[in-house]
Ligand binder design. Structure first.
Ligand code: FES
Length: 255
């Protein structure tokens, strides 16, 4: 869920009644995964600095108010954490419902069907019903522009960017910055108005994108997808190779 801590000092805490030891500096999310009780998540990954934006990984911590995000909360000695209470499960379903209400409902024909974290996590939190109308129509009328009508950008020769499927988890923006050291992607606006945009509202081709693919690899939906996957479907086998284009050494998936 979040990057490993390099500390050799261990911290012991209790998660859902189980005593768990994790290196100091680990997130509560990582400690929960170590304990075998993974917490639902969308914006956190093992390789990117936690951002705490999707609010799916909320937990309860004894002695603390509210429901902090487990991905951005470091473990502390003696901490008592609950990850699966009814309140948390209801909160997560509500959060997921809002995401799905602003997302196209074309899973069966989507290039990422079966390989989509949004789809997986919607199942994991037990979302069975979306009360806000199909694809955000009702939410949009209250909150302004929704994503489902945004136009796709196919200008990059290797991958497509379809903002209609974006949940603004910021993983692509962080991958561009943390993996490639570029700033080709940025987030503009807030709430339902928030959008990932290449540069100053340029096309991907006109931005400083070098087509490293780090954003595509980390995208949890079909917002950033390789064109080969759109045309040919998901590969049946994968080869991980390293690009020699620059000194960064980004790993690429190839069919
Ligand atoms: Fe923690 Fe998104 S995974 S807020």
């Amino acid at each position: 869920g979040t990057p490993a801590s390099t500390s050799t000092e261990m911290v012991t805490l209790t998660i859902d009644g189980m005593r768990v030891s994790a290196p100091k500096g680990s997130s509560v999310m990582r400690a929960a995964t170590l304990a075998g009780t993974p917490i639902p998540k969308l914006c956190a990954t093992d390789s990117l600095e936690p951002f705490g934006s999707c609010r799916l990984c909320l937990v309860e911590i004894e002695g603390r108010k509210g429901t902090p995000a487990s991905c951005t909360t470091p473990v502390e000695e003696g901490m008592v954490v609950r990850t699966q209470t009814e309140r948390l499960q209801a909160l997560r379903r509500n959060v997921m419902e809002l995401y799905i209400s602003d997302h196209p409902l074309d899973c069966l024909t989507c290039a990422s069907n079966g390989d989509c974290e949004l789809q997986t996590q919607a199942g994991a939190v037990g979302l069975r019903e979306v009360r806000y109308g199909v694809a955000g129509a009702e939410v949009a009328s209250v909150c302004g522009a929704h994503h489902t009508q945004d136009e796709a950008d196919h200008s990059n020769p290797y991958f497509s960017y379809d903002p209609a499927k974006c949940i603004v988890c910021n993983r692509c923006v962080r991958a561009c910055e943390e993996v490639q050291g570029s700033f080709a992607l940025t987030i503009s606006g807030r709430g339902f108005e928030a959008r990932v945009t290449p540069g100053q509202n340029q096309s991907l081709m006109d931005s400083e994108c070098v087509s490293c693919g780090a954003c595509v690899q980390t995208c949890p939906t079909a917002t950033l997808v390789e064109k080969s996957v759109i045309q040919l479907g998901q590969p049946t086998r994968e080869l991980i190779t390293t690009c020699a284009y620059c000194g960064v050494g980004c790993a690429f998936k190839a069919e």
